[in-house]
Unconditional design. Structure first.
Length: 153
């Protein structure tokens, strides 16, 4: 048997794989979601099977979860179901959406640049800002969650 650790931003867990462990035919990459099934005893998860998240259509997801907004923000309703946002989209055909990636919120120079950028848009704001990628220059560290909470304030 082989012992490893699986981790997320909140911590890690020791896991053990053995010759009987089944792996679903999938590609598992850093940061991907995996489902581990097994037995947990004395701080060790002995893994029987590892699988990917099951696929389902958008219709199946909506049938179960309704119009949930999965992408954050204050509105709990998905964009396509939000009358106010749909009207804004139709009445502003030339609206801009600004997409930013790798905005490291724990870097003071980056935060100054973000402030400068937001100030520049104050006279003619875009319809939306989309932030994606890593938000921390030191991902997956013990203090990452705290750094992210501070940076997003």
């Amino acid at each position: 048997s082989h012992c490893y650790h699986i981790e997320d931003l909140t911590g890690s867990m020791q896991v053990e794989f053995n010759d009987e462990t089944k792996f679903q035919h999938s590609i598992f990459t850093e940061g991907s979601v995996a489902i581990f099934q097994g037995s947990y005893d004395a701080s060790l998860l002995t893994v029987r099977e590892v699988a990917s998240v099951p696929l389902e259509s958008a219709e199946e997801t909506r049938a179960t979860f309704g119009n949930v907004n999965w992408f954050g923000g204050e509105d709990p309703i998905a964009f396509r179901c939000n009358t106010k946002l749909c009207v804004a989209e139709r009445t502003n055909p030339n609206a801009q959406i600004v997409i930013l990636s790798e905005v490291h919120l724990d870097n003071s120079r980056v935060m100054q640049a973000v402030y400068h950028m937001l100030s520049g848009f104050s006279g003619d704001p875009p319809l939306a800002f989309i932030f994606c990628g890593n938000f921390c220059s030191r991902p997956r560290q013990r203090e990452t969650i705290e750094l992210l909470h501070t940076g997003f304030r």
